[in-house]
Write a protein that binds this ligand. Structure first.
Ligand SMILES: [Cu+2]
Length: 498
């Protein structure tokens, strides 16, 4: 790791020196982002040489919350070592789940190579069952297609398989287990093939976001990969507000690559900008065929690259637009939902009332008076809420159980006095907003300067594209450097700015 980082650092240093000494070369000018950005540093995509083998130039892709897989060289072959393993992963400040991934994370680390590279991937299986890796969209030999039982023997627990590719494509590709349930357990990752000739216009910032989902019932850590109802929606393995925002400087030309390897299609929406769709899982789209949008539907097993010129400052939301994908931990009725117009589900009543055996009977567990409802008697919020037997016994008790969530007190004033008698109440009153604020629990440099209480409104497949004015951008970058995080997904950006 350190070898490559040092190399990058040297390459960047050399690049900067070049700019200072000779200004822009004709080739650099050809690939200038458009329109011109406000500062010298951001007018030109810093064409960093990341190849040890060829002078290919591009901006490294940043996979927030995940990072890259490093490689070694065997002659001119780039050798990657991918290890499938069982992991615990924190997907939300209050939720850690069991997943299967690669090299410490699910999704696994991003592999970045250049068109023309020869690549070897050594795959070790540390799972308790057989696996293999499929290389999605690769035009290569059938024996390296990764189909267990079809193109190769399944790789047994403790086993190894070596894949070899000659990269002649470019674009947003991915790798994943071709065992369906393993894929839903987290076994996927990005594979970026950088073009031999940089795309025009080129970008200053290039991000990869995996769209992912898990079905994990309350109080359980093991996802149900066969469930059809997914209740945790993730960007790069994190649900909002834990997902790390994309940090860009005003004027940057920005590319975002969405990859969807899940069970649902996701309409990804960005606020404040009209983007162009510039690529699919089949590679770059010719500029004359780009199409504009503010929402792009990313179907299962598809990639969509979008590009904007980030000329309007703001903390712009970037999210899946399916309402249930903008939530955390929603699920079917589980157990007794204790809120309701009465006191929740009663004890000591007859079969009609207690078991709802007669349809339409007043008092039935699924009826309007005792039935399931949102809010669930958590004991905070509206002062009309009553403590219930299977909920916290008091507001004080509820707040103790949710340390760090700073907005618990004082939410009573956020709802109308007659709220409990209004049909459909509550909807978001106790699921979104001040009650769910946890700014301190998700404190990190990338969140610096967000509006206080922001975290109460970010859930599921939601994050920000933070388009920062130069001085604020420098502040955030300074804090990211100061944090000195190991294997920082933003490492290439931080080196570039040093
Ligand atoms: Cu979605």
């Amino acid at each position: 790791m350190s070898t490559r980082r040092n190399f990058l650092g040297r390459a960047i240093g050399a690049c900067s020196g070049l700019f200072a000494a000779r200004g822009l070369s004709a080739q650099m000018q050809m690939h200038m982002p458009m329109p011109p950005a406000p500062s010298a540093e951001s007018t030109v995509a810093p064409h960093i040489a990341t190849s040890k083998t060829a002078a290919v130039t591009h901006v490294p892709v940043i996979t927030t919350d995940v990072g890259d897989l490093d490689y070694t060289l065997d002659g001119s072959t780039k050798v990657f070592h991918l290890v499938a393993e069982v992991l615990k992963q924190r997907i939300h400040p209050d939720k850690t789940i069991d997943v299967w991934g690669y090299n410490g994370s699910a999704p696994g680390p991003t592999i970045q190579v250049n068109e023309g590279d020869h690549v070897r991937v050594i795959f070790d299986n540390h799972l308790p069952e057989a696996s293999s890796i499929h290389w999605h969209g690769f035009e290569d030999q059938i024996r390296y297609d990764g189909m267990p039982g079809i193109s190769q023997e399944p790789v047994k627990p403790g086993g190894r398989f070596v894949y070899e590719f000659h990269i002649h494509q470019s674009g947003t590709y991915f790798y994943h287990s071709h065992m369906a349930m393993q894929e839903m357990a987290g076994m996927l990752g990005g594979f970026i093939m950088h073009p031999r000739i940089p795309y025009h216009p080129d970008c200053n910032k290039d991000f990869l976001l995996h769209l992912q989902e898990y079905a994990v019932l309350p109080n359980i850590a093991v996802p149900n990969t066969m469930n059809m109802e997914y209740n945790w929606l993730l960007l790069n393995g994190k649900a909002g507000p834990l997902a790390t925002p994309l940090i860009v400087r005003q004027g940057d030309r920005v590319r975002i690559r969405f990859v969807n390897l899940g069970m649902d299609h996701h309409p990804l929406h960005i606020h404040g900008y009209t983007f162009q769709v510039t690529g699919t899982e089949g590679g770059r789209i010719a500029q004359s065929a780009w199409w504009p949008g503010t929402t792009v539907l990313v179907g299962v097993a598809q990639a969509r690259d979008i590009e904007i010129t980030a000329d309007r400052v703001g903390d712009w939301m970037l999210h899946c637009h399916l309402p249930h994908h903008m939530m955390n931990q929603m699920s079917s009725n589980v157990g007794s939902m204790t809120r309701g117009r009465g006191m929740g589900q009663p004890a000591g009543v007859d079969m009609e009332t207690g078991m709802g055996m007669l349809q339409g009977t007043s008092g039935a567990p699924t009826g309007e008076d005792y039935g399931a409802s949102l809010g669930r008697g958590m004991g905070f919020g509206n002062t009309a809420d009553m403590a219930t037997a299977n909920g916290p016994l008091s507001q004080h008790h509820a707040m103790q159980g949710m340390a760090g969530m700073t907005g618990m007190a004082g939410t009573a004033s956020d709802v109308a006095a007659n709220a409990n008698s209004v049909p459909l109440f509550p909807q978001d009153a106790f699921m979104e907003g001040p009650a769910m604020a946890m700014d301190q629990m998700v404190d990190k440099p990338e969140n610096f300067g967000l509006r206080p209480g922001w975290s109460g409104y970010m859930m599921g497949m939601m994050t920000f594209l933070r388009v920062l004015p130069p001085e604020k951008y420098e502040q955030v970058i300074a804090r990211m450097k100061q944090a000195r995080r190991a294997n920082d997904p933003y490492a290439s950006l931080l080196q570039r700015n040093s």
